[in-house]
Every structure is written in structure tokens, then in C-alpha cells.
Design a protein around this ligand. Sequence first.
Ligand code: ADP
Ligand code: ZN
Length: 607
Amino acid sequence: MTSTETVSDALGVLRRVFGYDSFRGEQEAIISHVVDGGDALVLMPTGGGKSLCYQIPSLVREGVGVVISPLIALMQDQVDALRALGVRAGFLNSTQDYEQRREVEQAFLAGELDLLYLAPERLRLESTVSLLGRGKVALFAIDEAHCVSQWGHDFRPDYLGLSELHERWPDVPRIALTATATKATHEEIATRLNLGEAKHFVASFDRPNIQYRIVPKNSPQKQLLELLRTEHAGDAGIVYCLSRASVEKTAEFLSANGIPAVPYHAGLDARTRAKHQSRFLREDGLVVVATIAFGMGIDKPDVRFVAHLDLPKSVEGYYQETGRAGRDGQPSTAWLAYGLQDVVQQRKMIDTSEGDDAHRRRLGQHLDAMLALCETIECRRVQLLNYFGQQGERCGNCDTCLAPPESWDGTVVAQKLLSAVYRLATERRQKFGAGQSIDILLGKQTPKVSQHRHDELTVFGIGTELSESEWRGVVRQLLAQGLLAVEGDYGTLVLTEASGEVLGRRREVRLRREPKRAAKAPKTAKSKAAVEMPPEAAPLFERLRAWRAETAKDQGVPAYVIFHDATLRQIATERPSTLEQLGGVSGVGESKLVKYGEAILETLSAA
Ligand code: ADP
Ligand code: ZN
């Protein structure tokens, strides 16, 4: 097969089966490379369109595309979504009984499958290997390929075994895919999976439709509620908290305030977790409040916001989590509330973490990068892309672009604060947390101040130019810049080497002034892929959504398996009156046109 044939076949499949007009970014290059039999390593952000990169070659090449994925709980949905498109797909994993497995195996051997999803541990069974040997494999796709890395997950041993695929099937192309962007992981995947000859495809990691916002944390639950009420009423979203207790509390708080929300964390039993995940996928507008245990592989396209109530431990984690918003390219929000307590708590966690010094140092570096992102006065997106080794321009769609914070000369206030810590340490041989130092600077006569006679210190009352919350902001930023440190169980403040430079007037301190007015989503959030919908089309869109909800329920599949929001928006806007016109809408392929075309036209004409 020549390359030009490849491309036209692939494009035909894209249009006919998936109902999309054109490839995105590197999809075309990747697909034609794999169709031609080449190995590929694909790094693309969440929502970038990785699935098509192996699904289309599986349809174009002879044989069955074998997809290795650790996300057993999601296989059923993935297969349902493909079947809705008329693709013959099946899976084999531990959730099936013997009879169900046998049916899939028969279909595979009879050449009645286009795609077969496998849990990685299946490939360690001789029976699976021999099954694959008796059929025709079109390609191996290794999804979530970062699982092979040392930072990977429980599936690592199974993933390491995948390096042997090449020996057993030297002529079958392999395509490994991940949304993890760092160079180290990238190289590790290539080595461990034996992908030395593979062509590397690294997409831009920008997600232009996601609006990044990081705000100072005052009363996080109220701030969250305000965000959801004013900007995300009725939207599906994920709220991340660090602890199980705060997950539970926040979910209760939202529910009590009329926002449908369910908790998700490792302390819940497996059935409850599965139920909540399935509701999130199936219902419109449900909020999941979760620890980071939730979300990997969730390919719900219409998650409209991801909110963090606690500071993530690394920029990578943050980017993965926020990346779950807006896979459909529609405007979405990534919102993080962060405060002094986060820094104190995380430093403490690092100090007491298991592992050697090198490990702790690494954790510290991850936290520092995260703090730098929080405290930057530059474009958040530029900073994020730089972190992943990519260039960007001021984006106009993050809080610092929308309401630029000022920086100010904080040298004097920094000196005041550091002096207070210094006096306590030298004159009294005492260490305190941020609260006491701030009370001293503000000249507050609290019982604790009297008890320790801190009102006799020369620094008592020298900091009345700032409010308490402004002082907390100063402490937070000094911690982030390494000009101050915390230690021990109580998060007591201690000086660092760099503190000396500030106290000795050898170093200037720049601080970030929070904009008075928090940045809000502009009415026309900038987004390349967004489908604009005129306001008069909104009632029709709601009607179509209601039709979709009912249909999805009848068929027991998530709503997005029927049609994505973007597709319904375009239908509501263009109001097609024939099947042919409807078939021209992005996301309406042949199979869905046959299945749902009449019902859609009826819904439109009834409106
Ligand atoms: P990833 O696996 O990289 O997170 P997906 O494969 O789930 O991303 O794709 C994200 C979304 O983009 C899906 O809803 C998919 O249908 C859509 N998509 C992918 N490629 C295209 C394309 N060429 N045109 C239009 N939509 C696309
Ligand atoms: Zn920006």
C-alpha cells in the first residue's frame, strides 16, 4: 500500500465512521505511519485525539487492532462507544465470565472484530498469546504507556512484559500512547517497551480551550460554590481534594447547596466507587468530588470544569488532572484555590515521607515548580508549556492574562517578617507558626502574646501597614521563593540561607499583588475548536439534550456515546431538515445517521 492510498483510506474512515471532516494536528502523520507498518510513540495531551491514532489504522489494516489498556472499568464504555459508530469491538478482562470471554475469542478468530481491548495482565497468560497467534493482528496499541515507568502504577510488571510483543510479532506495528509529557518518562517508555525504532510524535501540549485560574484560598467551599453558581450551573465537573475527609465534606456541602455531587475516594467500597463513576459518565451535570484516585482514563468529553481545593503535588499531576476538562474542545475552566496552609502542609508531608534524601529532594523540586506556577505574574499557560519544554505566547485565556497582577517591592515587609522569626529564635530560643509572627507584627495583644511577653520584642507592632490576610500572602510567597522555610509537626517558621541575604539588604524581594477583582471567564472565551451557538438556539439545544438523555438511558450507555455536546450545538444552530444535511454535521457518521437521524429530525420539527 502506498502512502497516498493510506491517507485517502484513513480520511474516508474518519468521515464515514466518525463523521469528522479533517484530521487534527499530527493525527494524519501518525495514522499513515502506523498503517504503513511503522512503530510509533505518541505524546499528546488529554483530549488531543489519541484514540483515532490507533482506531483508524485498525480499521484500515488487515486484521484486528489489539489495544492494551489498564482501565478495565472503562472498557465496556469504550467498546459501547465504538459499537455506536458501527465498529466491531470487544474486550477481554477479568470482569467477564467464561462464556462471555469465549464469545469474544470466537469473534476474534472468525475475523469478526476490528478492535480488541485487553487488560495488560491478559498478555501474560499463555492462552491469550496463543489466541492472538491463531488470529490476525493488525497492530498493538499500548495505551497509558507511562504505566511502564518507575513512577507508573500497579500495572508496571504487566507493562514491562509488553516489551516482548515485538519478538513474538516482529511484523506487527506497535503504537504506544501517553499524555505524560516529561522527557524522562518519554525516554523511559521508549527503552522499556523496546521501541528503539519507533518514530516519535510529540504534539503541542497546549489546551487552548481550558482557562487556567489560580486564586488565593480564603473559604474554599464558598469560593467553589460561587464559581459553580456563576459560571458552571448545570455543568459536569471534577473537584479534587487532598484528603478523604474533605472529599466527603465538600460533596455534602455542594449537595446541601443544590448542586448534585458525589464523593469518590479509596476509602469507599468498590461498588460505591463504581456506581459514582458510572453516574458521572452517564448523567448530565453531575459533580464528582474526589481524591486523585479518580479520573485516569475517564474520557467523558464534556467535563466543563476541574477545581482543586488543595495544592497538587506536582505540575505534572496538576496538568493531568486539569486536562480532564474540555476534551471536546469547548470552553472549560481549570480552577485552583491555594493558600499558606497548603505550603506548610505539603512541606511537612515531604519532610516526613518515606524514602531516602534523593526522593525527598525530588518531591521538594516538584512542589517548588508547582509553587512557582501559583505565584507567577506571567501567563500561566506559557509557564506550563515551558515546564514541559515547549514554547507558548501570552494566551489571553488565563487569570494572569485576563487581570494581570502587579508585582511590588516587598523587600521591607519581607525583612520585617524575617526579623520577627529571627528575634524569636535568637532572643527567646522559640519557634512559632505563621500566625504568631503575624500577630506580633500587627501588634495584637492576644493571650499567647501576653503569655510569652512577645509585646516586649522590638518587632512588636511594626507591620500594621498590611492586613492579616496580606501578611499570610507574604509568608506564602516567601515560602514559595525559598526565603523562609517551615519545619516540624506544627509548621514552625525557620530562616533559610537566602533569608540572610534579605535581612542583610543584599537581595530584593518581588511579591505578587493579587488583583482586586478575580478574573472571570469572559463572555466569549477564546477557543479554537469551540462551536459558537447563538442564544436563540439554546432552547433547541436543551430539547436535543433531553432527547439524548432519554435515549442514553434506554440503551444503558453514557450520553456522549450518542452524540457530543458540540454536535448537538451545531445541530441546534443549523437546524438541518434532511438526513443528508444532518450527515454533514461534525460527529454524525454513517452509523449514527441511520440509528438516530429520524429521531433528531423529528425532535427538530416538533420544536
Ligand atoms: P485522548 O485519548 O487523546 O484524550 P480522545 O481520543 O478521547 O483524546 O479525543 C478527544 C475528543 O476529540 C473526542 O471526543 C474525539 O471524538 C474528538 N476528536 C478526535 N479527533 C478528532 C478530529 N479529527 N475531528 C474532530 N473531533 C475529533
Ligand atoms: Zn495566559
